[in-house]
Write a protein that binds this ligand. Structure first.
Ligand code: GDP
Ligand code: GDP
Length: 455
């Protein structure tokens, strides 16, 4: 059977693939130069790493959708992060801590030609304490003569070392099979399992924008610490806070507090915590210091939340300090620097005076509504039909590619699959996204659109 020239099974397959829920998370950790980035590139196939080729963005990407033997997972690469700002040991420990907090399984990469170092042993202790499944990758085993080096890594007590050459691909298949055995089908922090539980908010922003001040203002004395992370830290992780008559879970509030002992490298540490909080949350409240120019660091945080597919609210803080001139320039900066989240609800607040605190909850609810919106297939296709008739795709090479039909394959965030008769250009895709937003709302949420082309 076929629909408009598409095989019905292909259509169903495309919808299922596009509609996947949150994926289990696999983190790759290890010392600098053991081959983490090489391994990650091999697993994802280099093409994905260059997709988001915007300055200041590519380097900060932390996770990719990956697939092995038909199973999809989210691959977190800690290798590209600035290793030098902290000492090696501290940066590797921070990576491992991040992996422990966010991942469902960990690939620990060791350079088999060097053997375990003290730093490796420190990571082993962290990993064992955390109790997450670990697959041990004995890398740089480029040929049979290196197998003995891999065998020596049994001594780490992490089970079987998988001899791998990330560079040439040798052994990566067997290792990935072991990874799939270790990975659960769905992430531990599945949205679906939170039925009836409090919604999860990540309060994020660069250092000194006012995160702890805001948290203190809204929480007052009513903070309830809900769990402690075993092992690595004694900080409270998540807190239940009542706002607007509703109880919310603010995730990873420990990351908000200052780490005085980490002076240099504090920004690096903060970015690890931000990524961890975003992974755990449903909605990100991004705090921006309105008294200062919007910075590249603000944009990185925004990109992190968008790429993770979270609902987003932007709060401009320190509003009490703004004069008319600054307000004027702020609006210009928002238009140029934060155009990628022009759809996010916005509140102008002051953690000091309490200005507009009451607008926070309605903004969060708006964003979560957009994030969960589902457009019925009939309505979507009526909309697409009209759109294609009134604004057809430009003719290319004598042909006119057409969107034939579409469906929303998933929510949180909304995901669409469109089926087309030919290649749909990026400009037209953006136009379709804009019109979808105008028609159906989607305030406060990224939306994903994938296009399938008829053979
Ligand atoms: P990272 O710092 O852990 O991300 O390490 P990289 O992926 O940047 O690799 C560090 C160096 O080791 C690079 O020069 C790689 O080409 C090299 N390398 C990575 N994997 C292998 C491997 O399997 N065999 C060999 N011989 N070299 C490798
Ligand atoms: P964090 O690093 O994001 O947690 O930021 P803090 O909450 O520690 O705030 C950094 C500094 O900004 C502190 O000196 C705060 O008193 C100040 N601050 C935070 N919010 C406001 C605000 O709304 N107005 C003013 N004037 N200062 C603020």
């Amino acid at each position: 059977a076929a629909v408009e020239g598409f095989d019905i099974e292909d259509v169903e397959g495309a919808i299922e693939e596009a509609g996947h829920g949150p994926l289990p998370v696999l983190a790759v950790v290890g010392r600098p130069n053991v081959g983490k980035s090489t391994l990650v590139n091999r697993i994802i196939g280099r093409r994905e790493a260059v997709v988001e080729d915007k300055p200041g963005v590519t380097r900060d990407r932390v996770s990719y959708d990956a697939e092995w033997a038909g199973r999809r997972f989210r691959l977190v690469d800690t290798g590209g992060w600035e290793q030098d700002v902290l000492g090696i040991d501290a940066s590797v420990a921070a990576q491992a801590e991040y992996a422990i907090e966010t991942a469902d399984a960990v690939v620990f990469v060791v350079d088999a030609t060097v053997g375990p170092t003290d730093t490796d042993l420190a990571v082993v202790r962290l990993l064992r304490k955390a109790g997450k499944p670990v697959v041990l990758c004995a890398n740089k085993v480029d040929g049979p003569s290196g197998e003995a080096d891999a065998t020596a890594l049994w001594s780490l007590g992490l089970g079987e070392p998988y001899p791998v050459s990330a560079l040439h691909g040798r052994g990566t298949g067997d290792m990935l099979d072991a990874v799939l055995e270790a990975l659960p089908d769905a992430p531990a922090q599945t949205f679906g399992t939170a039925i009836g539980g409090p919604r999860r908010i990540a309060l994020i922003g660069r250092p000194n924008v006012g995160k702890s001040s805001l948290l203190n203002k809204v929480a007052g004395e009513d903070r309830v610490v809900v769990n402690e992370l075993a092992g690595t830290t004694r900080d409270p992780v998540d807190e239940l806070i009542e706002l607007g008559g509703i109880t919310w879970k603010f995730v990873d509030t420990a990351g908000i507090r200052k780490r005085v002992h980490l002076q240099q490298g504090a920004d690096y540490y903060a970015s690890l915590r931000t990524a961890a909080a975003v992974e755990k949350a449903e909605v990100a409240v991004i705090l921006i210091d309105a008294s200062e120019s919007i910075s590249v660091q603000d944009q990185r945080i925004v990109t992190m939340a968008v790429e993770a597919g979270r609902a987003i609210v932007v709060a401009y803080n320190k509003w009490d300090t703004l004069d008319e001139e600054r307000r004027y320039y702020l609006e210009r900066e928002i238009d140029t620097e934060l155009a990628q989240i022009a759809w996010a609800p916005r509140v102008n607040v002051s953690a000091t005076t309490g200005r507009h605190m009451e607008k926070l909850v309605p903004a969060i609810e708006t964003a979560l509504d957009g994030w969960e919106t589902r457009v019925p297939t009939g309505r979507l296709n009526a909309f697409l039909g009209e759109l294609v008739a009134s604004h057809p795709h430009p003719v290319r090479g004598g042909k006119q590619p057409r969107i034939l039909f579409g469906t929303q394959a998933g929510t949180k965030p909304p995901r669409f699959v469109l089926f087309a008769s030919g290649f749909i250009e990026a400009g037209y895709r953006r136009f379709v996204e804009r019109r979808l937003r105008e028609e159906f709302g989607f305030e406060g949420t990224p939306i994903h659109i994938s296009v399938r082309v008829r053979e």
